[in-house]
Design a protein around this ligand. Sequence first.
Ligand code: ATP
Ligand code: MG
Length: 433
Amino acid sequence: MKYQRPKGTTDIIPGESAKWQYIEGIARQLFKKYRYNEIRTPIFENFEVFSRTSGETSDIVTKEMYDFFDKGERHITLRPEGTAGVVRAYVENKLYGPEIQRPFKTFYMGPMFRYERPQSGRQRQFHQIGVEAFGVDNPTLDVEVMAMAINLLRQCGLHDLKLVINTLGDAESRAKYHAALMEYLEPLESKLSDDSKERLHKNPLRILDSKDREDQEIVANAPSILNYLTDDAAAHFDTVKKLLNALEIPFEIETNMVRGLDYYNHTIFEIMSNSKAFGGNWTTVCAGGRYNGLVEQLGGPEVPGIGFGLGVERLLLVLEAEKVDLPLDEDLDVYVVGIGEVTNEETLKMVQALRQAGYSAERDYLGRKPKGQFKSANRMNAHLTLTIGEEELQAGKANLKNMQTGNEVAVSLADVYTGFDKVYQDIVESEKE
Ligand code: ATP
Ligand code: MG
């Protein structure tokens, strides 16, 4: 029997994982500057956390949930997205308390699970880096969150990006729009896809998000929500646009954009790439929006929120297609070359001491000849080699070689064990001369 990973999953093997760490590192540094702190919530939650919030007509809830009953008959779901679990944790840990700063800003990174048809950039286990900010309704925060997302992608090396925004207004705007949309869609009902026929009477806004070609043609002429906004909702959106301009962030307005989850309102946005990675089609790499009301839906007080989620696999696909060079190669500080079995114990002690002193160090474990060991040192881009044979061992010495310049010096083992910083500096200085 041949064992294979489950369909729609990948193994992120060493070499590949360095890219992940690089991106996660950039995200962590950037989030620190914006003062977002990490939250780690469970990878599974009670089914209702998602079914109640994502929307019963959303793709996630209707088709994509990985849910099961555990041995205690609890209905459990592997998280399909990050926000609902973070909001659940925000409420459960009372992170809205009076002593807690607003906005309460947090980020997460980790795997998400959706039962989808796997294809490039679409997996069953994928990874998101996301942020959430609670407690502030001011549109300035909406813009800051978008600016941070764009900064993150730019720092990863992406520049050909498109920011697309829309507003879903407040409840009153949506009620008015809902009526107008129904009036437009009902006469076209017979032409809609089966999914959208179903959505029509449950949640017609969802039809705007349909991936069906004919549905998309129909909604292209649908009324625009921008004509149904209340004064408050229009003012919120106007400020968002004004502040994006102030930050000189270009954007497009796409009035049919609704996002795949039901909990959004006011500002929603997607950052898209038309990279070769997606065959030149505009594809969303990062998406988010405001979700005032979600905290209450999960049993908390009336606290507004906004956030985004970025698909790491998609980001990596774009970076690869755009040939963005990620600085991944970690050179080796010292390769310890041992000549003959007699040196085995000493070379073990040497690599151990070097690592303890803060240097990366490697040695041979296969009993290879010096030539083979030097080959390895070269392959690992070792800066230095430290060679010891029987004679050196007797004399308490080793031979240190600068692999760049070819300079060699004898160093005492005592220095290797207790004063390697000085030894290292001396030889590295000689590199520069
Ligand atoms: P799509 O319309 O492509 O299905 P979505 O609306 O379902 O996207 P969100 O729920 O907003 O996506 O998730 C945010 C981001 O997470 C997406 O923009 C994408 O980068 C990534 N993402 C979502 N689903 C997957 C998946 N199955 N595999 C890989 N990445 C994904
Ligand atoms: Mg989807």
